[in-house]
Design a protein around this ligand. Structure first.
Ligand SMILES: CC(C)(COP(=O)(O)OP(=O)(O)OC[C@H]1O[C@@H](n2cnc3c(N)ncnc32)[C@H](O)[C@@H]1OP(=O)(O)O)[C@@H](O)C(=O)NCCC(=O)NCCS
Length: 158
């Protein structure tokens, strides 16, 4: 259980480890209606994707996963523990992933986001991402399927 005073603590970026995955999955299940499974995170670690967390010794407050290849990067997941949202951690870890990808020669970033995910869309737009397309009925939903917006921006972010 996290307490409000935790928000005053400092969290540092580091690579995600296999031993983090249980806590990452717990955080994701609290933050997302459609969380990734442990298996998906393990596959991402094995694939050598950029898997990062913001953490201290006790807890992980944010995680993000990005694939980088042939001059492009794709944000695969980004998540902040619900009790730590709106403290800048989402922006911080996404900027870090973009910086890593740029250093690995990516010059364009792509992501997909649920059309109803206003918080994430606002964050991405504030970081210079623009909608470049949509996929109708792409995501499973509680009652009906949900459209995906495809967003992109060039790197680096000035
Ligand atoms: C989307 C998410 C990662 C944002 O993380 P966060 O740490 O809360 O975001 P930040 O504090 O870095 O916010 C940066 C900016 O994003 C926008 N933003 C973030 N949350 C918002 C919300 N709930 N409503 C509106 N704008 C929001 C704001 O512009 C904010 O800047 P401000 O606080 O100065 O107004 C977080 O809400 C989350 O984990 N959601 C569940 C998982 C998810 O949807 N991931 C994205 C999948 S594509």
């Amino acid at each position: 259980m996290l307490s409000p005073s935790d928000s005053k603590q400092q969290f540092f970026a580091r690579n995600m480890r296999y031993s983090d995955v249980d806590m990452v999955v717990q955080n994701e299940a609290m933050a997302y209606e459609h969380p990734w499974t442990k298996r998906i995170f393990i596959d991402c670690l094995r694939a050598g994707y950029q898997c990062w967390v913001l953490a201290n010794k006790q807890k992980i407050v944010a995680h993000g996963v990005m694939s980088v290849a042939i001059g492009e990067c794709h944000l695969l997941t980004l998540c902040v523990h619900p009790e730590f949202q709106r403290y800048g951690y989402g922006r911080k870890i996404f900027n870090l992933l973009l910086d890593r990808a740029y250093k690995l020669d990516a010059s364009e970033c792509f992501l997909e986001v649920r059309a109803g995910n206003g918080a994430a869309i606002t964050l991405y737009k504030s970081m210079g991402f623009a909608v470049i397309g949509e996929r109708k009925n792409y995501y499973p939903g509680k009652e009906s399927r949900e459209d995906a917006l495809i967003m992109s921006r060039s790197l680096p972010i000035p």
